[in-house]
Design a protein around this ligand. Structure first.
Ligand SMILES: *Cc1c(COP(=O)(O)O)cnc(C)c1O
Length: 361
């Protein structure tokens, strides 16, 4: 088989999506599956459809266009605030977009009107993570203006936490979002179809909350794909954490010192590296680099340590493991590694044949 490659077990992804939609559904929460971590892969999107998912979110309109044009029977949500330069595509390919800028919503409205369409809009509220979001003090006037625009329909309110600032989606934050949604509904005599409380990081809030309030929707990527709670990166009970396996091949294997020798200046990426002297070690070089993967977000499934990576080489300490040149090494991937591997044209995507899973709960 070609290397490097990422092996994808679709049944495990279907299983994870089924489990999570059932879990969230138990308290009335709908799930949109977020596909940006896998480049909007059609095979994965189909596996998600099989789980019953009928709503996909992606940050890239190109991924949404691909899924839409493949005829996937679902709703598509653009999860990144649209660029003014892409509103035409957004209106054409996405049913819904998450928005924070009135100028962009005006452009969406104009484009949609021109095409005789209604584009559906969710307003995102800043609750402290400091990525996208309308400041709570500005929401009222924004709602009023959006309601007055032809071509767009305001269908909901949402927030995104634990992405940039690492801010935890707590009970208090979710109450704040619910209260805001409730007040706006009352004030304007409207009904929000969607109150979207967050992403994979909302798991702990969900399992512990006595009352989800008005939150009726989550946008879930990593928990479906990698089976973990993203606040701690611990496995979610009953989910597979190994649906993806990265495989790379050894191209050099030699016993060398653990510390570079000579005068030390900058490495290939402008940093001055520091290595501890641990004596000689068996070092493997794998044909895998930063063009393929985030080397700091992969974990070998053998007892090897990742020493570092340059653009095209990954260095491992493989002392005592009996590897050879040509041996394949298998890795677990974290989200940033998955993202890059799925994006890199150099990493072969291998969808494994379907098989019957013995469900592990
Ligand atoms: C990426 C993203 C998500 C999904 O996040 P996960 O941590 O993968 O669940 C949800 N909402 C928005 C706005 C995003 O950008």
């Amino acid at each position: 088989m070609p290397a490097p490659r990422i092996e994808i077990e679709l049944d495990k992804i279907t299983h994870n999506a089924r489990k999570l939609t059932a879990l969230y559904g138990s308290k009335g929460i709908c799930v949109t599956a977020v596909t940006k971590g896998v480049c909007g892969s059609l095979r994965i999107a189909s596996a998600l459809l099989e789980s019953g998912i009928r709503s996909f979110g992606d940050s890239r309109i190109a991924n949404i266009q691909k899924m839409r044009e493949a005829g996937l029977d679902a709703q598509f949500i653009l999860t990144r605030s649209p660029m003014p330069s892409e509103v035409e595509h957004v209106v054409e390919f996405a049913d819904v977009s998450l928005n924070t800028e009135i100028s962009v919503i005006r452009l969406l409205a104009r484009q949609a009107s021109k095409r005789g369409k209604i584009h559906r809009v969710i307003l995102m509220i800043e609750l402290g993570d400091l990525r996208e979001g309308i400041l709570p003090s500005d929401v009222e006037s924004m709602v009023a203006e959006v309601m007055g625009l032809r071509g767009v329909k305001l269908i909901g309110l949402g927030t995104n936490l634990a992405c940039f600032g690492g801010v935890r989606p707590t009970e208090a934050k979710m109450r704040e979002l619910s209260a805001m949604a409730g007040n706006l509904q009352q004030q304007y005599g409207i009904h929000f179809e969607i109150v979207t409380g967050g992403n994979s990081a909302n798991y702990q809030w969900f399992v512990s909350t006595p009352d989800v309030g008005l939150v009726n929707h989550l946008r879930i990527g990593e928990a479906i794909l990698l089976g973990c709670d993203t606040l701690t990166r611990k496995p979610i009970p009953g989910l597979y954490t190994d649906a993806f396996t990265l495989v790379a091949e050894v191209i050099e294997l030699k016993t060398k010192p653990s510390r570079p020798y000579g005068e030390i200046a900058q490495d290939a990426f402008g940093r001055v590296p520091v290595f501890e002297d641990k004596g000689n070690m068996e070092r493997a070089i794998l044909a895998l680099g930063r063009q393929d993967v985030d080397g700091s977000a992969i974990k070998p499934r053998i007892k090897a340590d990742v020493l570092g990576a340059s653009s095209d080489h990954l260095m491992l300490n493989v002392s005592g493991l009996g590897l050879k040149v040509g041996t394949e090494v298998r890795f677990d991937v974290g989200y940033s590694a998955l993202l890059r591997a799925m994006t890199s044209p150099y990493v072969e995507k291998v969808y494994l044949p379907r098989f019957h899973l013995t469900v592990r709960v």
